[in-house]
Design a protein around this ligand. Structure first.
Ligand code: FAD
Length: 257
């Protein structure tokens, strides 16, 4: 029987499994997929997370994928500069710059390599947890492989790290509180070439334009992110195609950049 089973091998599950394994607890981490999700989702992290990466001893390996957050400039309706948000000056309270940007798939690859090297952690991929049975001293997880075969995993505790649509939350009947704030925004990540970089802002920008609020984030190296609001009457499906996305990006970039 394992001490712990961590359901989900995204960044949260990988870190949980790594920290538990380093403390000598026999930990089994389970994911329905084999591969890392190939699109960057999170782009920002903070100094507390850097302290966790420090405990996992991966600071050298991630240095190419993590950079300090630049200043953020806010521009008003007429394009006028209305505010600047900077990070605090050193000395930093947690040693690291308080706010950073990162490329999620690259960082997750480093995390997985590290977790694989930790004794006490076993990794089960392409196994989807479909049922959970709790008794007084352990939990049995039923998992299904890609061929539909079922097997059981016994563990003293389960940690649910299975993401936004968590199966475990559903199986335990835990309600998700929805605060009802729902807006359509398109997030576009671009690897910009040298020509393009010359034309783009060298700080992050909030475009506070009521007609289309947008955010431009300076990611690591040549990774740039736009978060662009979609207006009523616009078709999100079309805007999420290459053609639609480029129609929104044309204000900043052409395709050859
Ligand atoms: C556009 C966008 C921008 C974002 N920006 C930020 C940001 O700037 N900062 C930030 O902190 N966060 C941000 N997020 C959220 C970000 O995605 C999460 O922080 C991060 O990926 C969550 O990691 P996780 O490990 O909790 O979940 P996930 O990365 O979703 O991993 C969950 C894992 O659980 C597995 N799984 C699910 N169900 C089962 C099951 N039944 N059995 C076995 N395995 C299962 C999945 O296959 C998956 O691998 C953003 C998200 C999006 C979409």
């Amino acid at each position: 029987m394992h001490d712990l089973a961590v359901v989900g091998y995204g960044p949260t599950g990988a870190i949980a499994a790594g920290l538990l394994g380093l403390r000598g607890l026999s930990t089994c981490v389970i994911d329905a997929q084999a591969a890392i999700y190939d699109k960057p989702r999170a782009i920002a992290l903070d100094h507390e997370i850097m302290r966790v990466f420090q405990q996992l001893n991966i600071l050298d390996e991630i240095k190419d994928f993590v950079e300090p957050f630049t200043d953020s400039h806010y521009f008003g309706v007429q394009g006028d500069w209305i505010k600047c948000m900077s990070t605090v000056a050193p000395p930093y309270p947690q040693t690291f710059v308080p706010s950073l940007v990162f490329s999620q798939p690259s960082l997750e690859r480093v995390l997985r390599e590290r977790i694989e090297s930790i004794d006490h952690v076993s990794i089960k991929l392409e196994k989807k947890v479909i049922r959970l049975h709790q008794s007084t001293d352990h939990v049995t997880l039923q998992v299904q492989d890609k061929n539909g075969n079922l097997s059981n995993i016994d563990t003293k505790y389960v940690i649910a790290c299975d993401g936004a649509s968590s199966t475990i939350r559903g199986l335990l009947g835990i309600k998700l509180e929805d605060l009802g704030f729902d807006e359509a925004w398109l997030v576009i990540d671009v690897l910009v070439n040298e020509k393009g970089l010359k034309r783009l802002p060298t700080v992050s920008v909030e475009y506070c334009e009521p007609s289309r609020p947008s955010t431009y984030v300076m990611g690591p190296k040549n990774h740039r992110r736009w978060e662009i609001s979609i207006n009523a009457g616009e078709d999100p499906q079309y805007l999420a195609t290459q053609e639609g996305a480029w129609s929104l990006l044309s204000r900043w970039l052409e395709r050859d950049r």
